[in-house]
Design a protein around this ligand. Sequence first.
Ligand SMILES: O=C(O)c1ccccc1NCC(=O)[C@H](O)[C@H](O)COP(=O)(O)O
Length: 210
Amino acid sequence: MAQVKICGLRRPDHIVTAAESGARFVGFVFFPKSPRAVSAEEAALLIPHVPVGVARVGLFVNPDDAFLDHTLGHVPLDIIQLHGSEDPGRVAAVKALTGLPVMKAVGLAGPDDLAALTDYGLVADMLLVDAKPSKGGDLPGGNGLPFDWRLLVGRTWLGPWMLAGGLTPQNVAEAIRLTGAPAVDVSSGVEIEPGEKDEGLMRAFVAAAS
Ligand SMILES: O=C(O)c1ccccc1NCC(=O)[C@H](O)[C@H](O)COP(=O)(O)O
């Protein structure tokens, strides 16, 4: 059983479905290249549909201070998710700037990537363990690609973490069983096409993760 984050929501009715299904986190993508991107102004109209008790996660890729200030000036968020090449010092700086908890995404492709989990685990409030994006890819995340979950078997964690990367209603239970993930995150696996969430898939995913 794991808590669920559904990322890349862009419609009020989908936010309601995610929350009613039992998702405990909803993610809004503030990265213009993403097919799930929303502007601060658009997100400001979506946020009121997030029920109390569901965490509002803002997803950023290498944001500068001005972009963070602009977004947070329009959109009340509970967690900042950094999904770019931000180093631990930048993670600490974003925490200080925003006063919000920071979840840092760490991409895994092989054993050599595991050290970053320790480095970021010392400064971030939470880790999002995702598949490492392919070199030259357009998106640092949201690619619907899993990584080898066996990399995480038996690992001791410094703090809270979330498993992501190619999760679906069909594979999420096995991913949780194998890794012991306390929380899981999904975007592509609950979409009928990039950026278009499906209510039935969202319900099935949360049920399979619970
Ligand atoms: O979702 C996006 O479009 C996205 C774009 C740029 C950076 C990160 C992005 N998503 C980050 C997430 O938290 C996704 O939910 C996570 O990478 C898992 O995505 P998926 O493999 O599609 O389930």
